[in-house]
Design a binder for this molecule. Structure first.
Ligand code: ADP
Ligand code: ASP
Ligand code: MG
Length: 490
């Protein structure tokens, strides 16, 4: 068989017929190079959010509100399918809403059938009024189920031998809805049975990201942004040559370009650094993505579907030497800080265990911990269980909590053993009130907690301080040079 490459396209890369057509061109390019792509797609942009909104409306007994959302989604999907067919047939198609010809009928029929089934679930939910995690997963799964099938059909009529495989037949998980844990051994078996034979016939398999199912066939999801994770699971499962994450920016940047317009592309980054960045809020990669790739030592590339010529970011096991201390700055917002103060009990045997047992009981992961003589401060994602957690903790000690915090995380292999870095970091943001500081156990991240409202400005200040003279071997400085040249000409 040809060399396998897993190509994942995010929501913006498949947001409409034009984007899907561009995606087909990128996949065709890989096939022309003699590679065998397996394609993983997200739901079209914003569809998952809208499905969540529909589920919430139905759960509030707002049946009409829920059905109005799915009616809009139905016509969006039908119109995109229609445009894709028209485009492949070389026809002009300005009005795609009521096409009935045989070339269009097939996709319109199956899309209607899927939305009829979804509406049935929403009607039931509106009557019962209880949105369980299982039903929520069932509802949101429609985004990727629809996009993957539609894109497989678009690839078929564009000569790419597109064929759809329902991810729920391969991505086997446990039953923790909304954050299901994949079962690697079973996944590898299923991929061998259902995907590899098609790939070896030269077919372009298209699968939905984010969704899976339990061994008993109950639909699950891997958590928001989980399509990246699916791509890595498939890449690991089929021992792909590379995993490509196609998105709407040129790669992993030195900061979120939406927050910091001066951000530069990072050319190469280590698995460890990328994992740290993803975990601490760089949305460009799902935090769990890297692990399956690391285990099999498969390079991951982050690429821009709107600028496919750009070489993107390469994530590899060991990054080359870099002169700059940091590679990138990530921010995780919507955090809550919980302070536990217990003058009597601190240092007594089993005290920390008792505290962590409370978080464990509520299945609430802790991001950062710092302790003092009499207190322990912890940060968690803001969530509606915090009052219950605080109530349980208050049996052990005095508890206070405060939301709207952000964790800024500076990542780089080079901070190991460099003197004076912390002083430079805090000097750059001396005007900001810092609540908690931690240097990760991995020694490649330095993070601190600030008010959410200060976060964007702090990132820009840190970026200006640490990326003034970026190492050209590691960062794409050409873009900045040409911007500066343009400015000086003007
Ligand atoms: P997709 O739909 O392709 O999965 P996402 O929206 O999940 O795309 O992720 C891409 C977005 O991540 C970018 O548009 C960018 O705003 C954001 N982002 C945050 N941090 C970074 C970073 N360090 N580098 C690049 N993009 C980042
Ligand atoms: N569609 C899902 C989400 O919006 C998964 C993904 O896009 O990766 O979270
Ligand atoms: Mg994403």
């Amino acid at each position: 068989m040809k060399k396998l490459v897993v190509m994942k396209f995010g929501g913006t890369s498949v947001e409409d017929a034009v984007a899907i057509h561009r995606t087909a061109g990128i996949v065709a390019g890989r096939r022309e190079k003699g590679l065998q792509p397996i394609v993983v797609v997200s739901a079209m942009a914003k569809v998952t959010d809208q499905l969540i909104a529909a589920a919430n409306a139905a759960a509030r007994a707002d049946r009409n509100g829920a059905l109005a959302i799915t009616a809009r989604l139905r016509s969006r999907h039908k119109e995109v399918a229609c445009r894709l067919t028209a485009q492949a047939r070389g026809e002009e198609m300005s009005q795609c809403n009521d096409v009935t010809g045989p070339a269009y009928a097939h996709s319109q029929t199956w899309i209607d059938a899927e939305f009829d089934a979804l509406d049935e679930i929403l009607r039931g939910l509106a009557a019962v009024g209880e949105l369980t995690p299982r039903i929520s997963d069932m509802i949101v799964s429609y985004g990727e189920r629809l996009s993957s099938r539609m894109i497989a059909e678009a690839f078929a009529v564009r000569g790419l031998d597109g064929v759809h495989v329902d991810s729920r037949a391969c991505i086997i998980t446990d039953a923790q809805h909304a954050k299901a844990v994949p079962q690697d051994v079973l996944i590898e078996e299923k991929l061998k049975e259902q995907v590899l034979p098609l790939a070896s016939e030269g077919k372009t398999v298209v699968m939905g990201g984010f969704i899976g199912s339990t061994e008993k066939g109950v639909t699950t999801t891997l958590g928001r942004g989980g399509s990246d994770f699916t791509a890595a699971l498939i890449g690991g499962g089929v021992h792909a040559e590379a995993i490509e994450i196609w998105t709407d920016v040129n790669g992993i940047m030195t900061a979120d370009p939406r927050v910091c317009p001066d951000a530069l592309r990072v050319k190469t980054i280590s698995f460890e650094e990328a994992a740290e960045l993803a975990y601490f809020g760089a949305k460009v990669l799902h935090p769990a993505t890297i692990l399956p790739a690391v285990q099999k030592n498969i390079p991951v590339l982050v690429l821009n579907s709107r600028n496919p010529e750009n070489e993107g970011t390469r994530i590899i096991s060991l990054a080359p030497h870099c002169d700059s201390p940091f590679k990138s700055i990530a921010v995780k917002k919507r955090l809550t800080i919980i302070d536990v103060v217990a003058s009597r009990m601190l240092m007594s045997h089993g005290y920390l265990k008792a505290i962590f047992e409370v978080f464990d009981k509520h299945k609430c992961p802790v991001d950062m911990v710092s302790t003092s003589e009499v207190s322990i401060s912890l940060t968690v994602d803001s969530n509606d269980r915090i009052p219950e957690i605080a109530a349980d903790l208050s049996r052990l000690a005095d508890v206070k909590y405060e939301g709207r915090k952000a964790l800024v995380c500076m990542v780089g292999e080079n901070i190991r053993g460099q003197n004076g870095i912390a002083a430079q970091v805090f000097n750059a943001i001396r005007h900001v009130n810092v609540r908690m500081i931690s240097q990760g156990a991995s020694e490649i991240n330095m993070s601190f907690m600030i008010e959410e409202d200060d976060a964007d400005e702090a990132v820009r200040s840190l970026h200006a301080a640490f990326f003034e003279k970026p190492d050209p071997e590691i960062f794409e400085v050409e873009a900045r040079k040409s911007a500066t040249a343009e400015a000086s000409v003007r």
